[in-house]
Design a binder for this molecule. Structure first.
Ligand code: ADP
Ligand code: MN
Length: 179
């Protein structure tokens, strides 16, 4: 049975993956091509203070799961959201109709994180996370197998093809969920 069977007329999609795999760029392109609204969760967490402070050791905000989910509940209920976040286990399963996990090769990811001026330790941690498929396994543990899709995001061509694929999926969902 699909937990995604909802009364939403527009789907909610989660785009997840290790930092640097292309989530934000991909989501912006999908939002530009469809009626879906992009939610960059990292930005939201910073802007609305949905955290319990900063973890110096891991160079990251400590997420306040409850505050974050409360903030998004009504918005997700509306449908038509494309949510962009490097983690996926904090969200309720019922929110999403499709979960995309973007992947990138080590060398490619290294270059992108270096460009972002991440500290060497943070680059290493993220590369290890990608090698160990941490986010993919988290997605498979948190959502129904049939809604989790892993997509390579190494090149502009791959990104373009990922965007096309998701845009087509959205159109099909909308055709199948008319009021
Ligand atoms: P994320 O949101 O997952 O951290 P971004 O979308 O910010 O990743 O992408 C990080 C950088 O990598 C950006 O400069 C982006 O243009 C580039 N990038 C991401 N995915 C690709 C891709 N498939 N091909 C080429 N460049 C990419
Ligand atoms: Mn991003």
């Amino acid at each position: 049975t699909l937990p995604s069977t909802t009364n939403r007329t527009q789907p909610n999609i989660l785009v997840t993956g290790t930092p640097g795999t292309g989530k934000t760029t991909t989501c912006e392109m999908i939002a530009d091509a469809t009626s879906l609204q992009h939610i960059d969760v990292s930005r939201l967490v910073k802007e609305k203070g949905l955290h319990e402070g900063y973890n110096e050791e891991f160079d990251t905000f400590i997420l306040d799961d409850e505050k974050l989910c409360d903030e998004l509940e009504d918005v997700m209920e509306e449908g038509g959201k494309i949510v962009d976040f490097h983690s996926c286990e904090v969200f309720p399963e019922r929110w999403f109709d499709l979960v995309i996990v973007l992947r990138a090769d080590n060398g490619v990811l290294y270059g992108r994180l270096e460009q972002r001026n991440y500290a060497p330790k943070k680059i290493t941690e993220n590369i290890e996370c990608e090698i160990m498929q941490v986010v993919l396994e988290e997605a498979r543990d948190s959502y129904a197998e049939e809604i989790v899709v892993e997509l390579p995001s190494n090149t502009a061509d791959e990104m373009e093809s990922n965007v096309q694929r998701v845009v087509q999926w959205i159109e099909l969902f909308k055709e199948n969920h008319r009021e």
